[in-house]
Structures are given as C-alpha cells and as structure tokens.
Design a protein around this ligand. Structure first.
Ligand code: URA
Length: 237
C-alpha cells in the first residue's frame, strides 16, 4: 500500500505536489469513490481516476546508469544543479531507486515502476550493495571490525557489514576499502566510516541488487533486459 499522491505522481500524471492539490480539490476517485483528504493509501492495482481520466498504467521502463560525479539524484524541480534524470533520454517520468550523493559514482537504477522501487528500497528487502571507498587514512583492523559489527549513525545501529581492504598507499597514507551492506540509510557509507574517525574521499557503488556497471562508461546507461527485471522482482517478492 502506498500514499495516493505518491502513486499518482509515480504513474507519470503529475508531480506529487500537484497530486496533493488534485486530491484536496476532490478531483480524484479511487475505485469509483471520491477521496479528498491526504493520507489515504492505495494499491498499485486500484483503479485511480484523476479529472475523469483513468490513470494509465504507463509502460514501465528500467535503466541502469553509471552515475558520474557532480549529479544529484533528484527527479523533481531541481533548477540549478544537474540531475541524473538529465542524462537519460526518455519521455517517461522516471526517478532513481534510492540515492547516491552528488559526488558518488556507480550503479544507479532508474525507472517509472513505483511498485518495484518501493520494494527495493524497503529495509525488509535487504538489497545487497557494494561500494568501493577511498579513505583519508589507512584503516586499522580494529576499526574495520567495529564497522562490520555495526556502528551508531544518527541514533541507529547499522547491521552486519563485510569489509575488505583492497589497497594501502603507505606513502600517501590512504587506502581503498570494499564495503558490502544490505541497508540504504542516508549517506550510510560515509557515516559508517565517520563513526570510527575516517573520511570517505571517493565513493563508487559497484553493485546494487545484482546489477553492475559492466560495459558502461561514466555517464552511460542502458535499458535492463526482461530477464534482469524479473530477477529484481524475484529478490523482493
Ligand atoms: N553511502 C553514502 O555515504 N553515500 C552514497 O552516495 C551512498 C551510500
């Protein structure tokens, strides 16, 4: 179940803010009944009519992008900074599944499939993500172990993670670490390292839900195959 305004927006009909106004104005029917207050939850299979028009079940599209640095993961109203949506040629109203920070690079899924998006970002799904992080100093083994067991970020204890040191540069006093997690809190990786006293100076996501950027240069993207979409659904259903 999802909020009505979110489902309307995800269908591509309008923005979420516009959907809220349409609901308040009494322009939305759910399975034939008028809904004019916010907060009502619906299923993706419900019949939703806006301004007398049945919401089309728009064809679903799925893209994997190798996100470059310097792009924000926002679908909406961003006037000044470049967004990941600008990189993809489509007439569909797509949005990123979860977020990568402005300067984080790597695997990013974008789609107009609201149901799959919500399933993939739900903590219950425990989708696997692997990042390669460059740290501002060499990671001590006891700190690595502390992160693996869980650290407190924003009052929340992170679940078990798996870390591997990939490279140590003694001269420059930094290192490259692989970190594998099954959660997706805001700025999670940076905060996990910060919790034990390290700064992440570069971050690249190399795996998300079994998808990699294999064959994609920075800024390039491709459509997922039907098989890949089925695999994503099999992870969450
Ligand atoms: N964790 C972060 O800190 N940043 C990202 O972009 C992704 C995960």
């Amino acid at each position: 179940m999802e909020r009505l305004q979110k489902v309307i927006a995800q269908s591509g009909y309008c923005s979420r803010r516009e959907a809220e106004k349409l609901i308040k104005d009494g322009k939305v029917l759910v399975n034939g009944e008028k809904v004019s207050e916010l907060g009502v939850k619906v299923n993706y299979s419900d019949n939703i009519m806006v301004n007398g028009v049945l919401l089309s079940k728009e064809d679903k599209v799925y893209f994997i992008l190798n996100k470059p640095r310097g792009y924000i993961c926002s679908a909406s109203d961003e006037k000044t900074r470049k967004t990941v949506i600008d990189l993809i040629k489509t007439d569909k109203r797509i949005y990123p599944v979860g977020r990568l920070d402005y300067n984080t690079t790597g695997v990013l899924l974008l789609t107009n499939d609201g149901e799959l998006t919500n399933l993939l970002i739900h903590p219950r799904s425990e989708i696997e993500k692997v990042y390669i992080a460059k740290l501002n100093k060499i990671l001590e083994i006891n700190d690595l172990k502390t992160i693996e067991k869980g650290v407190i970020i924003d009052g929340y204890k992170t679940k078990r993670a798996k870390l591997k040191i990939r490279k140590i540069d003694k001269k420059k006093n930094n290192c490259i670490v692989e970190i594998r997690i099954h959660e997706g809190k805001n700025h999670q990786v940076k905060k996990m390292f910060e919790a034990v006293g390290y700064d992440v100076i570069k971050l690249n996501r190399v795996l998300f839900a079994g998808l990699t950027t294999y064959g994609l240069k920075s800024g390039e993207y491709r459509k997922l195959t039907v098989k890949e979409v089925k695999q994503l659904y099999s992870l969450v259903k």
